[in-house]
Design a protein around this ligand. Structure first.
Ligand code: SME
Length: 161
């Protein structure tokens, strides 16, 4: 199932609904991989025009592929490398409207045109990143950034780590 914006008044309402869905599905006592697997499925369901939604987890000073929905992807990303590594290193959301113009971009799926990466930070410590790709250029705007940063903050609270 993919929900479209017609299901909601605006993006604000859509992200609030997604946030409630994550809280309903994710149980603090579950393993982190199980929780993030369900989170990636939910985000993919709510966000139209996305071809990859998933997590990279910070382990041994690099990002390792975690639960995701989409095509097979690169398994290890060094800090500072790619959009994911930059977001992780700077602890800052990266929003790329056109991946073709981004020098520091690691291509995984040829159909990706735009991308947003949000760092997951718990008590000041990097846990990983949430990475979302779209086949539509400029798919993610400032409202998506704000909405997804809230989702990322909720996930960090909800997961057992
Ligand atoms: N494009 C990412 C790599 C991961 S894939 O998009 C799933 C990057 O540049 O870090």
């Amino acid at each position: 199932m993919i929900l479209t914006m017609e299901n909601f008044m605006d993006k604000n309402e859509m992200y609030a609904h997604l946030d409630s869905a994550c809280a309903a599905v994710i149980d603090r006592r579950d393993d982190v991989i199980s929780s993030l697997a369900n989170a990636s499925a939910l985000i993919k369901m709510y966000l139209a025009d996305t071809n990859w939604v998933g997590f990279y987890l910070y382990k041994e000073e690099k990002l390792m592929l975690g639960p995701f929905q989409g095509a097979p992807a690169v398994t290890n990303i060094k800090m500072g490398k790619g959009v994911c590594g930059s977001a992780a290193e700077n602890l800052k959301t990266m929003r790329i409207g056109d991946v073709k113009t981004c020098d520091n971009y690691i291509a995984c799926d040829d159909s990706s045109a735009s991308e947003i990466v949000i760092p997951l930070v718990k008590k000041g410590r990097l846990i990983g990143v949430l990475d979302i790709d779209s086949p539509v250029p400029e798919r993610f705007d400032a409202e998506d950034e704000k909405g997804l940063e809230k989702i990322a903050a909720s996930l960090v609270r909800l997961i057992y780590m």
